[in-house]
Design a protein around this ligand. Sequence first.
Ligand code: SF4
Length: 372
Amino acid sequence: MEGIDPSRPLSLYIHVPFCHSKCGYCAFYSVPESMQCAGDIGKYTERTIESIERLTGEYDKPFHTVFIGGGNPGTLGLGRLESILDAALIHGKPEECTSEINPEDIDEAFLSIDAIDRVSVGIQSMDGNVLRTLGRNASVSDNIRALSLLSESGKRFNADIITAVPGEEYGTALSDISAAASYGAGHISYYCLTFEEGTPLASRMTPVDEDTEIGFLRRGWKHLADLGYRHYEVSNFALPGEECLHNKVYWELGQYIGIGPGAESSIGWEKAVSLREPEDIRSYIEGRNGTGARLTAEETEEEYLMTALRTSAGIDKKVYSSRFHHDFDSRYESAISSLDSALYLNDESAFRLTEDGFMLLDTVILTLAGII
Ligand code: SF4
């Protein structure tokens, strides 16, 4: 594909847009069973395999990482999932191959797929009231069953937890974290519920106030640290060696191709090319073209700042100057001096945010990006 820098690793993201039902808070594009037409899943699978084959016809090395996300990849069924994986892994195993799946779809057959070495499961909470508020399809017992099976499987896994849900107590969020840890999740994504316009949740409830939200974050972050999880990205925590390699590619603005409705790609290095597949399932199945744009060096730098500042590693100044051909310190010195010094750590090799900085991430990004 034109624009790929062949000297750099390439990752593959495959987006599965199907879900059993629509969660009350979800504003992502996804197609619940009630909205699917006969044959949609089969046609989606054919079209996705064709796209992967076109890509592997041109890129003849194993992908650095592969991530199948959604939606809920569990809706594809085993055979289709394996066919997609066969196509994606034709040149060899990636360093990491993750599949998302919703708890109600996890079973021994799914966990026996050799190609998948990491699983990401959206348990969201172990509390029935919280799950009902969120409008999740899975129940507490589905979550317990999923975590038990994952624990027995020996696969690496992530558990997603949503917090700051109206009516939730601080202790519930901490119990959710403890439960995921007790089943051996090496990685936990812990993030606040967002109220997206037009969702059923937003029309019937109001969010918790900002202080309460900060209370959920501070308490959750401390509990995760006490359990040995390192806070390596604003919403992501990992035991040693359990970081998600695929997500690191996004945060470092590395190269990745996204296949599937609405999936995004970023390829190239100094001036990245940004691509997006058509969002709705009909356009995708019919093979319509998505959109694409070659970013300027400034836009590429802004993207990089926005993603790299999300991580505890922050901005590696050597990588920065080799990519953007100027010195980080001289460019950002005055913007950084306008920030509260409690928000960041700045030494010779890196500029990174503290946990206080993570709390004010948008402000920091605006301050730095404002001078590009
Ligand atoms: S399973 Fe995920 S993508 Fe599907 S409706 Fe729920 S939150 Fe949205």
